[in-house]
Write a new protein. Sequence first.
Length: 478
Amino acid sequence: MVEPKAWQVTAGSAAVGLVLAAVAVAAAGPWDSGQRKAEREWAAAQGGAGGAHHGPSAPRTPAPAPSAAEVLRALTAPGTRPQAAPGTTDTELARTLGKLLDTDALGSSRTASVVDTATGEVLFTRAAGHPMTPASTVKIATMAAALTALGPDHRIATTVEATPDHRRITLVGGGDATLDQRRLAALAEDTARALRDADVTKVELRYDLSLYSGPREHPIGRNDNIAPVVPLMAGQGRLDKSTSGPAQRSTDPAADAARAFAGLLRDHGVRTTRAPAAGKSPKGSEPLARTTSAPLGDLVERALTNSDNDIAESLARQTALAAHEPASFAGADRAVTAQLGKLGMPLKGTRFADGSGLNRADKTSAALLTALLARAADPAHPELRPILTGLPVAGFTGTLRSRYEDAAPAAGLVRAKTGTLTGVNTLAGTVVDGEGRLLAFAFLAGGTKDPEDAQTALDRLSNALLPHPAPTPRPAQG
């Protein structure tokens, strides 16, 4: 058993671990398409009388995870620990994990870390400090840096500024990757109202992208997984009606958003003198209207659940701005590294070449990922809780919705961030084990040949951390 670090929680009670695992049941938040709402609704339904439901039918997706019932029952009996399942001692667990890790499906290199979040005890390690390409699990680091730099209540603004005579207006990108057509329309309505109040019905429209610097294209080039990284876009530049996952993207989402904004202004009686042009807001301009994103905590949850690359890059740049670094790939790298350094994280060999994990130059260790998850579970750091509540739930939400089909009983119990690039497969998240401990785990594999085989191997590793029911004894033969 290792001695806990100073930043780790010293109380090792099962109640603490279960409370943290059940954050999804009790916490509320505006981003209501995630697991928190589903489990909260499940909890409310169990306490209702008469079974009547007078409101709209509750959405069937996402369904409450099976873990909700067990966690809620545990919360009603604080201080108790569930009976440990047979064959789950730490020594046997390490032996099982070692065997599962030594599979050809996990390629030519692999690292692992499993930690008790309440005590800091390392239950299993395999080259945990060795940095590897993390793929999208790097988003855990990006989100932790953003939350600590800005706080979970921070909102990202998109603003319209006007010259004193209101004849020239500028749509100023603030880096909100969640700006959609609905909010853009509301912003146009507010802008048109303010212009009409000033007796102006014809304006010159510009759009300001000066917040960001450096390359606009991600180093991977044009890709359906990410739009050009600019501080102004609507609907993430998607050319279809999707809201998550891969989709063909606009090559100039900022210009598209500005043209859409001009059209919306016309709908409200304000014409533009010419097509919108890129340019900084003129000196002396003042705010005329604005729209803001959901709180940062909700953006973090959405980014983790859906592995949203656009939000991740946006939040990396917000972290850079908070650190007075350029809002670029390089500036975000320095800012995220510095922010995690302030948290006392193990950073040897790390590099954050981007915020999303699409760049193969990213390097993190399994030890860093479990340290971040443990810090997010620390009651002294509630600002990091969205990292836990945003993790996809096996078999139910986000990028884990279709995983764990042959790894019972993991469905609904494993919560983890996935990572996938060609030849790279990773998984990092949390489970509650048979001793009531909230465990953080990270498994990173490189040089993999078959992504489906690699994912199945990772699923089996995390599944091994869960309590498994003892086999039913066969009747004695007599």
